[in-house]
Ligand binder design. Structure first.
Ligand SMILES: [Zn+2]
Length: 108
């Protein structure tokens, strides 16, 4: 729900009073966002704001980590986060924790 609230807040700030019709959101895999849950939360939070009724377009960003032991970059399909080369768990997360509003479509 906190994510839905930030999406509505960010979109509302950018919209600056105009009506938003579509919101493109990029979300990292490690955020473990369930798209249907986010859409549902978004619709609730958006009620009465300038983004009410806007369509939410979610794009998931795969998680990628760099192993601190062997230096291999692994795509991380899920938890636990583990190096696919050496099996190490000490990873620096390079991608996958993003959450941002990429762009908006608005009525003129
Ligand atoms: Zn490794």
């Amino acid at each position: 729900m906190a994510i839905a609230e930030s999406v509505v807040r960010i979109a509302g700030q950018h919209a600056n009073g105009r009506r938003v019709t579509k919101i493109y959101v990029k979300v990292g895999h490690l955020r473990q966002v369930v798209p249907s849950a986010l859409t549902f939360g978004f619709e609730l939070v958006a009620q009465g704001t300038s983004v009410e009724g806007a369509e939410l377009s979610l794009e998931q960003i795969p998680a990628i980590g760099s192993c601190k032991s062997c230096g291999t970059k692994s795509k991380l399909p899920g938890f636990p986060l583990q190096c696919r080369e050496c099996g190490g768990f000490d990873l620096e997360i390079l991608e996958g924790e993003e959450l941002y509003v990429e762009s908006l479509e608005m009525e003129e």
